[in-house]
Structure formats: C-alpha cells, structure tokens
Ligand binder design. Sequence first.
Ligand code: ARG
Ligand code: ZN
Length: 485
Amino acid sequence: MVCAALVAAGCTTGHPSAVAAPTAPAARSAQATSSGGASAQPHSTSPAPGAATSGDSLFPNDGNGGYDVTHYGIRISYDPATKTLTGTDTITAVATQALSRFDLDLHALTVSSVTVSNVSATFSRVADKLVVAPKSPVADGAKFTVTIRYGGVPKPYDDPALGFEGFIPEPDGALAQGEPQVAASWFPVNDRPTDKATYDITITAPSTLAAISNGVLVSKRANGADTTWHWVESAPMASYLALVAIGNYRVTTSTHNGLPVVLAVADSLPRSVDTALAETPKVLDFLVSQFGAYPFDAVGGVVHNDGRIRFALENQTRPTYAPAFFMTPQDSTTVIAHELTHQWFGDSVSVGDWSDVWLNEGFATYAEWLWSEHEGRETPKEQFDDIYKSGGLPLDPPASPTEATVFGRSSYLRGAATLEALRIAVGDDTFWRIVRGWAQLHAGGNATTAEFVAYADQVSGRSLDTFLHAWLYERGKPTYPTRLG
Ligand code: ARG
Ligand code: ZN
C-alpha cells in the first residue's frame, strides 16, 4: 500500500480528476497578498476594507486580509437531537492595515451579534463571508478582539473533487474534519492556512457522549445533563486542523514520555481498533527518530465510524481516521505513520499556498515508506524503483496542482518520489540534514516549495534547482536520479 491516507478517492484507484473542477472562484483576480494586505491602498493610513480573499492560488475565497489572528476562543454547545450548534467565538487579532471593515469566513450558520473590542459592530453576510464593520476603524497595528455569537444547523461541504467534509452531523453526535473546507462550517474564522493561531476550544454536549478536540484537556465539568470539555491547543494551528468529535467514543488517556496521549475509538467499532490505535506512541517514537523532536505538547488519534469520509486527516495533535484504515494492523500503522508525520510536515510547518500541499503529502507518504522499511518490508528506494519502473510515477508535476488534483496521486506519490530522488542525488547525510533542518527552520510557521528548493540548495551547497524543477514542476517522467558528484 503506497498511499494510505486516501481510501479509493485518491492514490490507489486514481484521483477523480476527471470530475469537473469546481467553478473558478470569483475572487481569483482580486489583488491580495499572502501576508494579508489590503486590496485597496495598502500603504495609506486612511482606513479601508480588508481583502475578502486570501490570495491563495487554489482557494482564494477561503480566508481574508487586513488582520492577523493570534488566538481563537471558541465555545460551542451541540444538541445531537436537533443537530443545532450554539457558539461564541472570541477572536484576538492584530490589524495589518487601518481597517474600516473586514471579513471572516462562515458557512451556513446565523450570526446574532458581533462586537469589536467590546463595542457592538454592524455586520452582514455575503455568501460565505461575515462582513464586520466596527463602530470606529481599527488602527494599523492595533490588537483587537472580535466576539461573534452565532448558531444554527451546520452544513457540511460535499465537493465533487474534495469529498464530504466539514461539520458533519452523526447519529450520536457530530464530527468536524476536512481539508481545506471545514472550519467555517462551525466557527467564524480567517480560513487560510497562513493565518495560524492558538486555540481554546470548549465543547458542551450531553454527558453520555465524549467531546474531543485538539491539544490538552484542561477541564471537564458536568452541569445538569451536559458536560463541558475544555481543550487548549497552545501551538499555532492552521484553521483546517481544528477538530470536533462528539459521540459515543471509547476514550483512553495516558502519557508517553510525559506527553499526554488521547485516543478515541467509536463505540460501534470492534475492540481490535483500540489495539491498533494504541500503536500511536510506538509509531511516534519511530518518527521522532527520523524527523527530530515532536513539535507539539499532546498527541493522540480518533477513529470515527463514518464511512462517508474517504480520507484520514492530520488534525493537530489528534489525527482522525476513517474506519476503513483499521481493517488490518499493517494498514493502520501505515496510516498512523502518515498522519503523525503531518504533525511535522503540514501542521508544524504549514503550506504557504495550497499548491504547496506536496510538502505535506509527499513527506507523509515518504514516511509510509520509511515505516515499511522499519517493519522489514520494502525500503524507500525499493518503493521508488517499483513506481519508477512500473510506470506508476504520476506524470503530473506535484507542485502545480489544480483544485481538483490537489489531493491527487501526484502530491502523494510523486511528492514522495521527489524526496527519494533528492536522497539518491545528495546522499543520506545531506538528505537527512535537509529534512530535519526544514522541520526546525519553519516550525510553527508556513513555507513554500520555492523556499524548500532554496533550502535544499543551501544545505547541500549545490544548485539543485534544475534537478528539483524537473521533479516538481515539469510534466512527464524525469530521468532516473544519480548521485551528484
Ligand atoms: N491530508 C489528508 C491526508 O492525510 C487528506 C485530505 C484530503 N482532503 C479531501 N478533502 N479529500 O492524506
Ligand atoms: Zn496526508
């Protein structure tokens, strides 16, 4: 199995790239910078609206400009009987321009009030945007808070290319997970991976259920028939990695080398799944031996029982797994290795643009090969040779995907093959210095493909541009790599 994290939709049976791409987002041509600059008069001191786009090359409509969120304080309560969510989201942000108004992303839910730094603000909804007009403008560089009260019945996304994701009602509770679209279906958010923030997530649900999220559980309090679970994610997190899993789960908490471990398995699944998921610390130890210190203060995993979800996801500190991955011990440890590798590559070091996603999926797939070798099966070199020689190497280059192919075979398999090609070219020592150094250099931040190529050049002391360009950007089969002299 070469691509554990996607069931059917992706690696093994070919990505559904034949499916029509979603219609091009209207905001594609809007001028926004990846640092969140305003579309109008970025250098003016007179207040202007923040951009209603992230400027991302693939998903420009998700995310906004003009401010930088530092923290989300999200309190939700969920009633599985009516499928209704009630929430308060308190956002702490810094203005990156003088703001007359700004946008947040919010899908389907209804807003009842908005305050900006405790002063009531006017707001409106335009498609999946919540447009907030503070009573007086926010000064450039000012720290401000936005408190939004909202609620309703969340609506998941069902995209032909991306699949079923978002805040999904379940028979016993709900599950919020997806990539890239999920966060805006359960809280007002600057929904772009470049605006990372810390999170406090407080979930109130019936006491018979568990309510799992990211990071460390700091309190769990019963009140009448409900229980409130308070989770803290203290490292910067991209919005799509925020997790909610409410339902009948068997929850196990422990510590591993001082690290809190929270494992949860849907109660409807067999006990063998608990045994398989309990391999998480062992797989983590192996990955630490490969990539260096683990970047977060908690770890774990959630196996849900929703067969409609066709992928596993690297939610920060607590990946989510579809039950199909847990049929055999080999599959389950492979997918655990994949999602835990994303904790370094994807979660700690996050994409600068969605077209950089091979930096996530290529490394995570490469780790499946490392795990395979560790388990006495094929080595990365053997995996690479199999793919290269069998015609299994995707011809599309990994670093220039479309919205329809971003989670396709190129990002995964050719991404991993690119890393093995690099390893063959520069040798083991240099390769591992690049991989470990990359994880360190951008820990807690964002990075692009161009930065990766420049870093590989720097560490190796040679120009790898032409070599990596062929693997990353050029259609067709690159020549078989040789050790550079
Ligand atoms: N990042 C996930 C993984 O670990 C895959 C997410 C795919 N997203 C989607 N909407 N299909 O492989
Ligand atoms: Zn992945």
